[in-house]
Design a protein around this ligand. Structure first.
Ligand SMILES: *Cc1c(COP(=O)(O)O)cnc(C)c1O
Length: 347
């Protein structure tokens, strides 16, 4: 097979990933699992799982059975749960794979009782988000009797803000914990972990902060960036003062300029909203993004980096909290939107 190098790549920092997981475990005082749905928030679920399992992480969560099947075989000693539970068409996968469903409705509980062959499951109880999960009254009213529950979960709706809803959810979950037997109890996502040990229970389920996202100020110092998009320079151009660059001619050279055209665009998840504020670095030089983002191309003002040449690699500015603040995209979207054309490589 011929080896064709991709002109855009995603550098992924193993040490930062493991560091973030350890910090999250210590901040909550509980064991930390990992949410690796959406292909590990765009980084690569299998690679994330291998690295975190090697560091001691034992509980992993994906959204769907397709995601679960793609992660077989699991590393030794690791458990995987499917957050969306079991629909009618999922039962064969659910009986076949060494993976637990997170049952999240009365219908799913009935389906698992009838077809789950007595195997253990996880259960989601909704404590006020009204997304997935049995209602508190249903759970307390005996709906879960007879199930072998490994992890009993609920999910926080507003832990990344200072909202009274979060305390109400904590109280509701504590009542559930006291009434319904399960092997372990799990409430906090990344933002919930930042609220401290009251929210830890037995197991936490961080996603965003593992991958360098900062959901609350408490995490701003300790959490390290994990994903670094890099684009190769396809062409250097000399643009005379007064000429424009790109679709719509939205940027005009204020002086004779050197422009670097690089291999990345909105088809790679680098969306048009980065225009006006995005940038990259090359050997310590800051290169402002100029003009519109095209489907496969972006341009930078490289006047301050005279040594930059065709074939060099630019590192895009992609610190998640800063990039979210200037682009209007959430940190989650910035990660999960990173496209299939990136060659993902771990250092
Ligand atoms: C995605 C998800 C998580 C992880 O949330 P983050 O905000 O990314 O830390 C945890 N629990 C559930 C149920 C989820 O869907």
């Amino acid at each position: 097979m011929i080896d064709i190098a991709s002109p855009l790549r995603l550098r992924l920092d193993s040490a930062a990933l493991v560091h973030n997981w350890r910090w999250l475990a210590q901040a909550s005082g509980a064991e930390a699992g990992a949410a690796i749905k959406a292909d590990g928030y765009g980084l690569g679920a299998r690679a994330v799982m291998q690295r975190l399992a090697a560091a001691g992480c034992r509980f992993f969560f994906v959204a769907t059975w397709v995601e679960a099947a793609a992660l077989m075989p699991l590393p030794a000693g690791v458990s995987l749960s499917v957050l969306h539970g079991v629909g009618e068409t999922d039962m064969i996968a659910a009986r076949t794979l060494p993976v637990r469903p997170v049952l999240s409705s009365i219908e799913q509980v009935a389906r698992w009782r009838a077809g789950g062959e007595g195997r253990p499951c996880d259960v989601m109880v909704d404590t006020g988000m009204n997304r997935l999960g049995l209602r508190v009254e249903e759970a307390l009213g005996g709906a879960l009797g007879g199930l072998v529950i490994e992890t009993l979960l609920s999910h926080l709706a507003s832990a990344d803000e200072d909202s009274p809803q979060t305390g109400r959810q904590l109280a509701a979950f504590a009542a559930i914990r006291d009434a319904i037997p399960a092997r372990r109890y799990s409430l906090a996502n990344s933002a919930g972990i930042c609220l401290g040990p009251d929210y830890g229970f037995d197991l936490t389920r961080p996603g965003l902060a593992l991958y360098g996202g900062v959901p609350r100020a408490e995490a701003a110092g300790p959490i390290r960036q994990v994903a670094f998009p890099e684009a190769r320079v396809l062409q250097m151009r000399d643009v005379p003062a007064g000429e424009a660059v790109g679709y719509g001619a939205t940027w005009t050279a204020p002086r004779d300029s050197r422009v670097a055209v690089a291999n990345m665009g909105y088809a790679d998840g680098y969306l048009r909203c980065h225009a006006g504020a995005g940038g990259a670095t090359w050997e310590g030089h800051a290169l402002p993004l100029i003009g519109r983002v095209s489907m496969d191309l972006i341009a930078f003002d490289a006047s301050a980096a005279p040594g930059l040449a065709e074939g060099d690699w630019l590192t895009l500015d992609y610190d998640l909290p800063m990039t979210a603040a200037r682009s209007g995209l959430s940190q989650y979207e910035l990660l999960t939107g990173l496209g299939a054309r990136f060659e993902r490589y771990w250092v």
